[in-house]
Design a protein around this ligand. Sequence first.
Ligand SMILES: [Zn+2]
Length: 153
Amino acid sequence: MDPCRFVADVHLAKVAKYLRILGLDTLYYHEISDDRLVEIANEHGRIVLTRDKELASRSERVYYVSRGTLFEVVQDIVRRFECRCAPLTRCLVDNTPLQKVDKEEVMDRLPPKVRVLFNDFWRCPTCGRIYWHGTHYERMLAFARQVCEIPAQ
Ligand SMILES: [Zn+2]
């Protein structure tokens, strides 16, 4: 089973978002009890990520997340679990794997500038959000490549 499947506790919203940027399957809930987090980990083969020492001592399926910059924290998790990154393949809002879509299909929902500049689009089948390789994407990709030590092409 893939060890890089996580459920982050409520205090790790940003870490969860960045793990999703790396393409790692990471659940996040704005409100959830510690008991439920451990249950999800046990039932679904996930690792709980937390900075709560008490919670971290409860189960082998809970990982105590170190302090540091976002880069250091995320890299520590990637290294610890030997994660294979697939940068920007998941919806950052709800964790769903993205699907490629034809430009024609989403044309009417794109800002005018984007229509002109880009030809490749991905859609989240859960929330419908559309993704393309804009400047924001390039920044996130650079972060992901550095964290995951993926050589630039
Ligand atoms: Zn989505």
